[in-house]
Ligand binder design. Structure first.
Ligand SMILES: *Cc1c(COP(=O)(O)O)cnc(C)c1O
Length: 363
C-alpha cells in the first residue's frame, strides 16, 4: 500500500485544545443553562449510562419513566448499582400522563431521582417535560432528562425549568456528528453524584470528568477526537447562524405541516399535536396493512419508516428531524405515504394534503 494518495481524512489536524471549553459553552447556550457542561467522547447512550452509574447507590429511590427502550436501559443501569427503582410505564408507545407521575411521587415521598425521555423518535411521542420537572422540583427531586432526540427540535430551557441533568447528542435535530455527546449538571445533581461514591478511573465516571472543571477547564479529559469535534463545531456554526430558536421553529413547522397534511388525507394520527414530537410524525395504518406492505410499494423515500418498539407495530413514521425538517422532505414524505396507500387500494387525497402543506409554508 502506498501512502502517496491525497485523502481528505488522512492526517487530520489535532483539535485545538483551547476550543474544547468553547464547545462546551456553546452547547450550554443551546440548552440555555449556566450549569456545568461535560463533553463525552462517545455516542449519547454512553453519556446516559455514565449518568446512571455516577448517580446510583444502594437504596437510592428512583422513579424511572420508561416510554422506550432508552428509558428501560436507564432503569436497568440504576438497578445494577443497587438503586431502588420504581418503573413507571405508559401505555405502549404512548406518552406518560402527568397525573400518573404525580401519584407515584406522592406515594413515594423519599424519591431522590426522577428520570425520563423528553421526546421519542421511535414512536413520535413527547412526554410533558414542563409538568414533570415542576412536580419533581416542588419535591426537591433531582431530574434526569434524556433530551438526545429533542434538543433542537423542541424548546428546552434547562435553567428556566430547573432540569438538573440533561443528556444531549448532536446527531438528531442539530444534524451533527453521532460520536460525542454532552451532559449538563446542576449543583444539586453534583451533590448527589458526590454522595454516590461512583466509579473512578472509568470512562463512565462523571467525577473523573469533574477534574477537568476543577482544573479551570485546562487539563483535557483525554485526547480530543478531532473529526468529531470539528464536525460538532460545524454543526454548531450552522445552528447558531440559523438561530437555535429558529431551528426549533423549523421543526415545529415541519411537524404541523405533516400533521395537517395527513389529517387532510384522513389518515389516523397516532397522538394529538400536544402529545406528539416535532421530530417524527407517526400515523396508524388502516386495518389489514402492515408497515412492510406499505413501505414495499411506496416510492422509496428514506424519511418513511416503520415504528419501533412495543405498541408501534402498526405505525409509519414520517421523519422530519434535522435537515429533514423542511418543505421538500415534508412534501416528499406525505406524497409517498399517500401513494403507498393508493397502491394498496386505499383512498388518499394527495391534493388536499399538498394544499395543507403549502398553507403551512406560506401559500
Ligand atoms: C437517539 C437517541 C439516543 C441515543 O442513541 P444513539 O444510539 O446515540 O443514536 C438516546 N435517547 C433517545 C431518546 C434517542 O432518541
Amino acid at each position: 500500500m502506498t501512502s502517496d494518495f491525497w485523502h481528505p481524512l488522512h492526517d487530520t489536524p489535532a483539535f485545538p485544545s483551547a476550543r474544547y471549553a468553547a464547545v462546551a459553552d456553546r452547547l450550554g447556550k443551546v440548552l440555555k443553562t449556566k450549569n456545568d457542561i461535560l463533553l463525552i467522547q462517545a455516542e449519547a447512550v454512553v453519556a446516559l449510562e455514565a449518568v446512571a452509574v455516577s448517580l446510583t447507590r444502594p437504596d437510592l429511590k428512583t422513579v424511572n419513566i420508561a416510554t422506550s427502550m432508552y428509558g428501560g436501559w436507564f432503569g436497568q443501569w440504576m438497578r445494577r448499582g443497587g438503586a431502588d427503582v420504581i418503573e413507571l410505564k405508559a401505555e405502549p408507545a404512548r406518552p406518560i400522563d402527568t397525573a400518573a407521575v404525580e401519584a407515584i411521587l406522592n406515594s413515594n415521598p423519599d424519591t431522590k431521582v426522577l428520570a425520563f425521555v423528553h421526546a421519542e423518535s421511535a414512536s413520535g411521542i413527547r412526554n410533558p417535560l414542563e409538568e414533570i420537572v415542576a412536580l419533581a422540583r416542588a419535591r426537591g427531586i433531582v431530574t434526569v432528562v434524556d433530551a438526545v432526540a429533542s434538543v433542537g427540535g423542541h424548546a428546552l430551557d434547562v435553567d428556566q425549568l430547573g432540569i438538573d441533568i440533561a443528556v444531549i447528542g448532536p446527531q438528531k435535530a442539530l444534524a451533527g456528528p453521532a460520536g460525542l455527546s454532552a451532559i449538563s449538571i446542576s449543583p444539586a445533581a453534583w451533590k448527589l453524584i458526590s454522595e454516590a461514591n461512583g466509579p473512578r478511573d472509568s470512562v463512565l465516571s462523571l467525577l473523573d470528568q469533574k477534574a477537568w472543571l476543577e482544573s479551570g477547564r485546562g487539563m483535557l479529559p483525554g485526547t480530543t477526537a478531532p473529526l468529531e469535534f470539528f464536525a460538532l463545531e460545524a454543526a454548531l456554526d450552522r445552528a447558531e447562524a440559523e438561530g437555535i430558536d429558529q431551528v426549533v421553529a423549523r421543526h415545529v413547522r415541519a411537524a404541523r405541516a405533516t400533521r395537517a397534511a395527513l389529517a387532510a388525507m384522513r389518515a389516523e394520527l397516532w397522538v394529538e399535536l400536544t402529545k406528539g414530537s416535532n421530530l417524527v410524525t407517526t400515523v396508524k395504518l388502516p386495518q389489514g396493512i402492515d408497515p412492510d406492505a406499505l413501505l414495499s410499494v411506496a416510492p422509496r423515500v428514506m424519511e418513511l419508516s416503520a415504528g419501533v418498539g412495543p405498541g408501534a407495530e402498526r405505525l409509519i413514521r414520517l421523519n422530519h428531524t434535522g435537515r429533514r425538517a423542511r418543505f421538500d422532505s415534508v412534501l416528499g414524505n406525505v406524497t409517498a405515504f399517500g401513494m403507498g396507500l393508493r397502491r394498496l387500494g386505499f383512498k388518499a387525497d394527495i391534493s388536499a394534503a399538498v394544499d395543507a402543506i403549502a398553507l403551512h409554508y406560506g401559500d
